[in-house]
Design a protein around this ligand. Structure first.
Ligand code: R1P
Length: 296
């Protein structure tokens, strides 16, 4: 089985599917809405054009990609589950299936650090990472290191942030009384529990974490688990030209890892749409495509 994986550095199956999402070029659009749960993905996908019928790939690892058109424009909805590692699989593997810009909006739920009604939509202009400091040790009542690390902010793509916020305000149903907030910062934690300040049976040393986060960033409003990582990858992707030169090693440079086996074929529904040959605007491809990301 393992000899069917051609490149352990960036594994794909023989039919060129990326290893964890199970998709290949032509099956994912440049414009993507990513969510955590398949039910949410299916709900959004119900708004896609009926024809051509949306195409669905469900991978062994729990990622679901639904690609169709919305008012004629190719769009994918990708359900990625939870947390930094899944967000990492999502951005990196989709990027390798696309040419041109990759435009990502994460639509998710979050905890609130400001006093607004449930249902308020928050479109953060930036995100910080809250991560457990694994070197922290609480010995003899003290420690030389803090238990958590609070990163510097990474900005959402400014144009996408503005466009998303404007669209959400413009299309808000009049019956909905909660508003749209777009001038705050998000925090993405590496645990739903410890690094979000929840008290459990583990000695997490997080009693003052929320206050510390708020004092570091006065306009911190939301707390979830994926946005920072998506924004960070988007902000640091060096464009196609540089990627070719610096990231992709020769295929023969790394051995096939012994534990790497071919995943079961993903289940698919519908006809492959072959949507990834133009950029997100439907314009000719730009020489240096970008990853542009925002969240709500
Ligand atoms: C935790 O319950 C999950 O909910 C939030 C968090 O980021 C985390 O993924 O997001 P979603 O509702 O988008 O899954």
């Amino acid at each position: 089985m393992k000899d069917l994986i051609l490149d352990a550095n960036f594994p794909r199956t023989l039919d060129q599917r990326v290893y964890h999402l199970g998709i290949r070029s032509g099956e994912v659009a440049n414009r993507i809405v990513t969510v955590g749960a398949p039910s949410r993905a299916n709900g959004i996908a119900s708004l896609l054009d009926a024809s051509p019928r949306p195409f669905t790939v469900t991978s062994e690892r729990g990622f679901t990609t639904i690609t169709g058109r919305y008012k004629g424009v190719p769009v994918s909805i990708v359900s990625i589950g939870m947390g930094y590692p899944n967000a990492d699989f999502f951005v990196r593997e989709v990027r390798e299936c696309l040419t041109g810009d990759m435009v990502v909006i994460r639509l998710g739920s979050c905890g609130g650090l400001i006093d607004v009604p449930v249902g308020t939509i928050v479109v953060p202009k930036a995100s910080i990472a809250i991560t457990r400091n694994y070197d922290f040790e609480f010995i003899d009542g003290g420690s030389s290191e803090p238990p958590y690390r609070i990163s510097k902010p990474v900005d959402a793509d400014p144009q996408l942030h503005r466009t998303l916020s404007d669209a959400l305000q413009r299309t808000r149903p009049p019956t909905v009384s909660t508003g749209v907030i777009d001038n705050t910062i998000n925090a993405s934690a590496d645990s739903f529990y410890s690094s979000q300040g929840r008290q459990t049976s583990f000695p997490d040393h997080n009693e003052t974490l929320i206050e510390q986060m708020k004092s570091n960033h006065a306009n911190l409003a939301t707390l979830e688990m994926e946005t920072f990582h998506i924004l960070h990858l988007a902000a640091n992707w060096p464009s196609a030209t540089q990627t070719t030169a610096t990231v992709t090693p020769p295929v023969t440079a790394l051995p096939v890892a012994p534990a790497m086996t071919v995943p079961p074929s993903p289940s698919t529904q519908g006809q492959p749409p072959n949507v990834s040959t133009s950029d997100a605007e439907g314009k000719p491809l730009r020489p240096k495509p970008r990853i542009r990301a925002a969240a709500a």
